[in-house]
Write a protein that binds this ligand. Structure first.
Ligand code: FES
Ligand code: FES
Length: 219
């Protein structure tokens, strides 16, 4: 039995799920998490009282988003707890782990360390903005699915944004260059070899196109 066929029990449904399905679910999960609940998930210390907030417009994933922000509010907080874009994760919340990585004008940034009111006029891209509107995955996302590159996948969206940002600058990297390019991101499961395998394949998909499902993709 291959790893991708390894059946695991879904505690919620009682049905068997495969690792491939699990990864797909996490990739789609950032957009699927209910926006209705995000206000109640805000951590203490970040909770907004509404006082001192200012209405601004951000460009997030190609769309204008009106949102009230505090002067000291971080972009990670705004994305997760006000715009419901929970695909951006918060790990350390102090510029060490990379879980919160997003693109600002196509350059990677730790969103936990950027004040929201400084990104007005910039294009903010989060993990939810990578796939096409019809749902077709970005080549780097597809490569992660095909290589099953993460374990718990908490770090995955940040890594993916870091890889996409790096590959915009260097579309044909060596493995060592790519490792250096995403070295600002940490994986607590230490799945670095598989992550690199996935992103090397993602680079190839970006250059040559994603092969049709089937033998070519499994090669
Ligand atoms: S949460 Fe931003 S770098 Fe860790
Ligand atoms: S796969 Fe678990 S933290 Fe990276």
């Amino acid at each position: 039995m291959t790893e991708s066929e390894d059946p695991r029990r879904d505690e919620g449904t009682g049905k068997n799920i495969t690792r491939r399905r699990f990864i797909l679910g996490v990739i789609a999960g950032g957009a699927a998490v209910s926006a209705a609940s995000y206000r109640f998930l805000a951590p203490h210390g970040h909770r907004s009282s509404g006082a001192g907030e200012r209405l601004i417009t951000l460009n997030v994933n190609g769309k204008p988003r009106r949102v009230e922000v505090m002067k000291q509010e971080t972009l990670a907080y705004t994305l997760r707890y006000k715009l419901g874009l929970t695909g951006t994760k918060l790990g350390c919340d102090r510029a060490e782990c990379g879980a919160c990585t997003v693109l600002l004008d196509n350059v990677t940034h730790y969103s936990c360390s950027v004040l929201t009111n400084t990104v007005r006029g910039k294009q903010v891209t989060t993990i939810e903005g990578l796939a096409e509107p019809g749902g077709k995955l970005h080549p780097v996302q597809q490569a992660v699915v095909d290589n099953q590159g993460f374990q718990c996948a908490f770090c995955m969206s940040g890594f993916m944004m870091a890889a996409v940002g790096y590959l915009k600058q260097n579309p044909n990297p060596t493995r060592a260059e790519l490792a250096q390019g995403i070295s600002g991101n940490l994986c607590r499961c230490q799945d670095y070899n598989k992550i690199l395998d996935s992103f090397m394949r993602g680079a190839e998909y970006l250059r040559k196109g994603v092969p049709a499902a089937g033998a070519a993709r499994r090669a």
